[in-house]
Structure formats: C-alpha cells, structure tokens
Ligand binder design. Structure first.
Ligand SMILES: O=C(O)CCC(=O)C(=O)O
Ligand SMILES: [Fe+2]
Length: 304
C-alpha cells in the first residue's frame, strides 16, 4: 500500500446527490473503480489520524449486563435465559433493551464524527429515502465505512450479539440470518426528519440509538403497526437503547421536531437476501444451535 492513498481518495470527485438518487450507472462505476483505493485510504486514515488509545471500539462500549449475559450464553448456551431476561417486549414481537453503555457512547460518537470529517468518499444510505448524514456499514455495500477497527466492531455487534438474540426471539429466522447488512442514520428537523411506513427487506432488524445522555430530541418516535388489531404503538429511544423486530413488522419514524437522533440499523437475512415465509412456523431450536456463527461466506448481495 503506498502512503498517499488517503490523499488520492480525498481528491476524488464524488458523484452528485442527484446522480446517486437516480442510481445512475456512473455512480456504480465510481464505487467499482475506486473500491481498492478507498479501502486502502480507510486503513491509512485509521493508522495515521485516529488515536487508537482514545477511540478503541470494542465490547466495553456495550451495556455491562448485556455483555456479561451474552458472554455466559456463548460459554454455556443453557444460560441464554440470562440474555432473554434483559429483553423487554414493548409491542407484539418488538423488544427493547439497553445495548450501549450511555456513559461510553461518546467514544463511538467521537469516532464517527472523525469518520464524517475524514473527507473520504462515502455512500449515504438511500433505501426508503436518502439519509444525507448516514453511512453504509457492511462490506457488501458500495462506499461503506471500511476502517478496519470499525469493521471488527460492526461484525462483533452482528455475530456475537444480534444473531443469537434474534434466534432466541424469532426462531424461524434460523438459516435466514447468514448475511449481514447495516447503515447509520441521522435525523434533524431541517434535513432528513422522518421515514414513512414500510417494512424492511430483512429477516430481523436491530435498531440501536447512539444519542449521548443529555443529547435530547423531540418527536422521532417509531410507530409499529400491530396487524392483529390495527393499533399503532409508538416507542421512543433513550441513549444507547435498541429495538429488535422482524423485518416484516410495518413501522415508520415520526418527524423529529427538535434536536437530532443518530442510530445504527443492522439487518440479518439469508443468502441472496432470502427471507422466512410470512407466518412461518416457529420451530423448536436447541440453545446450542443458536449460539453459533454460520460458516457461509458473505455473498455480496445488497438490498439497496
Ligand atoms: O428511524 C429509525 O430509527 C428507523 C429507520 C428505519 O426504519 C429504516 O431505516 O428502515
Ligand atoms: Fe425500517
């Protein structure tokens, strides 16, 4: 790796927002042609511009109870009830729990702030709508956040935490959880403020709030539509909390009316994006099958 990849990446002409929104061919070409350069630039950036002793991304950022329960379940899956006990059902099949330790979140947010200021080309998420100040997190995505320590942390969140927790709550997703996907989103009243009702192209979605304690916002609740009785259940995020739900539960983000909100949205699905059938039987699965990591290789399929 030559040492000026970072400079070269910073000098690239990013495709315009309109071109990105129109999914023009030139945009795909841009990411394809510059993939290696940009990946090397992230490595160089992390080695030269990030203070590794301050910005260590590891499980010490997570809630201590969650970390300890998950660690015990990995060592002895018969203890997975310790994890389950931390998950509160706040709407039918929607669970909330403390994911990050709010006091430690400043490390992650500080890191992400430097990512944002890095001037390395990044592709914002444009799933349901474009989110201007968001990033693609998974290696399968063009213009993803390829910094090595971030990638290790991202994969740990999905493989060590999200997948077994998902299997514990939604056993029918077993086998439809081999592939990972993720993005970050940022809402404020003047740019990207809401998302209309939709379902996700995931088997399971884990949505984690990254706001710091005291970083208040109003509005921006998630509405979950309970198909059984037509009711809407409105849920709010607090610093470092997460919601986990099947991808096919309709939901929307209400407009944010003051402040801002930053979240990670993490998805699991099967190979080539396969999803469990609607209303799939919920099989009995043994605990020891849940606390495993699939050997499947990432297939490169990206839903958006
Ligand atoms: O606003 C949120 O946190 C949820 C976003 C969401 O549902 C999505 O990006 O699919
Ligand atoms: Fe969603």
């Amino acid at each position: 790796m030559s040492t000026n990849q970072l400079q070269l990446a910073r000098a690239l002409d990013l495709p315009s927002r309109t071109a990105m929104l129109n999914r023009e061919h030139s945009v795909q070409q841009f990411w394809y042609n510059n993939d290696d350069l940009i990946t090397d630039a992230w490595k160089e950036w992390e080695a030269s511009e990030i203070d590794a002793s301050t910005f260590t991304l590891d499980d010490s950022l997570l809630d201590k109870n969650l970390r300890e329960a998950v660690q015990q379940a990995w060592e002895d899956p018969s203890k997975e009830h310790l994890v389950k006990a931390l998950l509160e059902e706040v709407a039918p099949d929607v669970f909330q729990f403390q994911f990050f330790n709010p006091e430690r979140l400043a490390v992650l947010r500080g890191y992400l702030e430097q990512v944002w200021n890095s001037n390395i080309p990044m592709r914002p998420p444009y799933g349901i709508v474009l989110n201007r100040r968001g990033a693609m997190l998974d290696k399968r995505s063009e213009g993803y956040l390829a910094a090595p320590s971030f990638q290790a942390f991202y994969n740990e969140m999905l493989n060590t935490y999200m997948r077994p927790i998902s299997r514990l709550l939604f056993p029918e997703i077993m086998g439809y959880d081999t592939q990972t996907f993720g993005f970050s989103i940022y809402y404020d009243p003047s740019t990207d403020a809401s998302i209309r009702p939709h379902t996700d192209a995931s088997a399971v979605t884990l949505n984690i709030n990254l706001n710091l304690p005291g970083e208040e916002f109003t509005g921006s609740e998630l509405d979950f539509y309970d198909q059984a009785n037509g009711k809407v259940i409105q849920l709010g995020f607090k610093a470092g909390t997460a919601m986990i739900h099947r991808g096919n539960v309709p939901h929307a983000a209400k407009p944010i009316t003051s402040g801002d909100r930053t979240n990670f949205v993490l998805w699991l699905f099967g190979d080539r994006g396969r999803l469990p059938a609607q209303g799939a039987q919920r099989p009995e699965i043994e605990a020891k099958e849940r606390w495993t990591t699939p050997v499947t290789t990432p297939d490169g399929y990206a839903p958006f």
